[in-house]
Design a protein around this ligand. Structure first.
Ligand SMILES: *[C@@H]1O[C@H](CO)[C@@H](O)[C@H](O)[C@H]1NC(C)=O
Length: 605
């Protein structure tokens, strides 16, 4: 089924009931109507009056602060306060490097920074305060509400790279962002949370609270997003008509909600409660975690959650599709991270993670057959109809699943599960293989491989590869009857790849993200080398006059660039490259936890 990867598929709504796509981008700015009677808006139903710890950070005339709530919370779920267990050490203790090693490392660090500076200048010059710069034409694009997504997303990277003047300039510019206007008819609450709320809080934490204006802007945004949770059952609307909400219309949570979009809001909202002491934000997301926990054992793959849940009826278990790719990914990623952020003061997130991981390992992770018989893993998809046995995974590899190695490596430290590190290593090595097998050195968005029958022993079998290609093209009128050699040539299939479903490389971070976690956790130099190969191949194909461009096809012998650079290129991909070549103490994993958009939140001691 052609489900779209959605984690960062920003402007497309995968309506799963009908599988149709809606483009949500509207070209004009639509100011919200002012409330009919502003004097009556300080309604007693609004819960903001009782929780002024955040509202005191913002102007009392701020639009969203004065949109009354229909379903205020009577009793807030508090941040857990039980004494924390002893803290695990996450990073490897790095030995002193030689002068020669240091020279090479610093040279690489400079190359990453030079590429970042190039892209930042392109944005600053051509698209300042827009969501994105167009890297080929120099145009601009506003797919995320028009609140300067690239600028907000990139604040902490500027800080990490020591670009303090640029950082100060960007912090000033944040003050002009107005969350009471929106360019879109509906917004994606998850994307808005990870990019904007995460970006503001990450920059606030990293600069050690020296810029209260960043926190105020985060509070303004949170007041807006909180209205998406104003439903009878307090489940948020994930694709949210904020204009209707602004008019005070009644709202209900969706019946087909992508589980990643509802299940990975915890870090950002929790961090805001920690900083402000306001319980509303943690309460809002903790209710979702409690729902996930209630249904975890009831699904068709008990322990895992399906990609779609019904947030209106609270059925979080019936849907038959499971993946670690788009639509589900960051839900799992957030479990060990939220445990860290809460200092392990509740066992809940550990329980969810340690219940899920063995099922991911048993039912989604598979070994692909490779010409050099590599002992690696990829994460596939599984479809499980009601009451049927769980079949083996479809040997599909989405670039989005490449975060898994980093998650399992982090989880092995956070939860003291040293045996998991071998699984993490095989997952990271799986994505490195997916990069290396391609002529230009980048993994495409989605491809199919050949699954080994056994994980421990697997030898290359040319005939099995050919058979998998035949099967993959059996329904294709043009290719079904052609010699397999011709399909391989025409479709640019590297040995071990049976089909390339989506040929793009859109500057995504997940593979280097996992390399970063493996490097910081194990200290193994081979991951630094792998990162350098990855970096040089990516910039060789994507650099433009203005910035860097996504590729509409990364699988041939020449890259095909497209006029798009999403904010995660500077927020995530280049940040992770930089941190791999920086001193390991810079943004240490023992001090910070990264949200899914690579924004670092300070861990409480
Ligand atoms: C990007 O890094 C590469 C090193 O791989 C370097 O050759 C290139 O000059 C850098 N690009 C910019 C714009 O600085």
């Amino acid at each position: 089924m052609p489900f779209l990867p959605v984690k960062r598929q920003k402007i497309v709504l995968a309506c799963l009931a009908c599988l149709s796509l809606y483009f949500l981008y509207h070209p004009h700015f639509l100011p919200f109507p002012s409330l009919s009677s502003p004097t009556s808006s300080t309604s007693s139903t609004s819960s903001t009056s009782s929780t002024s710890s955040t509202s005191s950070l913002i102007d009392q005339d701020y639009f969203w602060l004065n949109v009354p709530l229909r379903h205020p919370v009577q009793s807030f779920l508090p941040l857990p306060i039980s004494p924390p267990p002893p803290k695990a050490t996450i990073q490897h203790r790095f030995p002193r490097e030689t002068a020669e090693e240091k020279a090479v490392r610093l040279q690489r660090l400079d190359a990453v920074k030079a590429n970042f500076t190039h892209a930042w200048q392109g944005y600053r010059e051509h698209a300042w305060l827009s969501d994105e710069v167009r890297p080929l034409s120099g145009g601009k694009l506003d797919p995320f509400g028009g609140w300067a997504a690239t600028l907000v997303d990139t604040l902490d990277t500027l800080y990490i790279m020591g670009m303090h003047e640029e950082f100060e300039e960007a912090v000033q510019a944040v003050q002009t962002i107005d969350f009471s206007h929106c360019a879109l008819a509906t917004i994606n609450v998850f994307e808005t949370t990870i990019r904007y709320l995460g970006g503001l809080l990450g920059a606030y934490d990293l600069s050690k609270g020296k810029h209260p204006s960043l926190l105020s802007k985060a509070a303004e945004l949170a007041e807006m997003l909180y209205r998406a949770f104003d439903t009878p059952n307090r489940m948020p609307i994930t694709r949210w008509d904020l204009h209707a909400a602004a008019q005070g219309d009644a709202q209900e949570a969706g019946e087909s909600v992508l589980v990643a979009e509802i299940g990975s809001l915890t870090l950002e909202f929790t961090r805001l409660s920690q900083i402000t002491g306001d319980p509303r934000w943690f309460d809002a997301v903790q209710r979702i975690t409690d729902r996930l926990e209630a249904d975890q054992a009831q699904t068709n793959v008990p322990g895992l959650w399906p990609i779609v849940v019904n947030a209106r009826t609270l059925d979080f278990h019936s849907f038959p599709m499971f993946t670690l790719g788009g639509m589900a990914d960051s839900l799992y990623e957030y479990l060990p991270k939220q445990h860290l952020l809460l200092n392990g003061r509740t066992p809940q997130y550990q329980k969810l993670y340690t219940t899920a991981l063995p099922m991911l390992d048993a039912h989604l992770f598979f070994r692909p057959m490779t010409p050099d018989n590599r002992d690696i893993l990829l994460s596939g998809d599984v479809y499980v109809g009601e009451a049927s046995a769980i079949p083996p995974p479809e040997p599909k590899a989405q670039h989005l699943t490449c975060f898994a190695g980093g998650m399992v490596a982090l989880g092995s430290r956070v939860f003291d599960r040293p045996q998991d590190l071998a699984v993490a290593r095989r997952l990271v090595d799986g994505c490195l293989w997916a990069y290396e097998q391609a002529p230009l050195g980048m993994m495409p968005e989605i491809m199919h491989t050949v699954r080994c029958a056994e994980r421990e022993h697997c030898l290359w079998d040319e005939a099995a590869w050919h058979a998998a290609i035949r099967e993959a093209f059996a329904q294709d009128e043009t290719y079904a009857n052609l010699p397999v050699e011709q399909i391989i040539r025409d479709k640019h299939l590297a040995r071990g790849v049976s089909k390339i479903d989506d040929r793009r490389y859109i500057l995504r971070p997940e593979a280097v993200e996992s390399v970063f976690f493996m490097y910081r956790i194990t200290g193994e130099q081979k991951y630094m080398e792998a990162a350098w190969r990855m970096f040089t191949t990516i910039v060789a194909s994507t650099t433009t006059e203005i910035a860097h461009a996504a590729l509409s096809d990364c699988t041939g012998s020449t890259p095909v660039q497209e006029d798009r650079m999403e904010s995660f290129w500077m927020a995530e991909t280049l940040k992770y490259f930089y941190l791999i070549f920086a001193e390991p103490e810079l943004v240490s994993l023992d001090e910070y936890v990264f949200n899914t958009e690579a924004h670092p939140f300070l861990l409480l001691p």
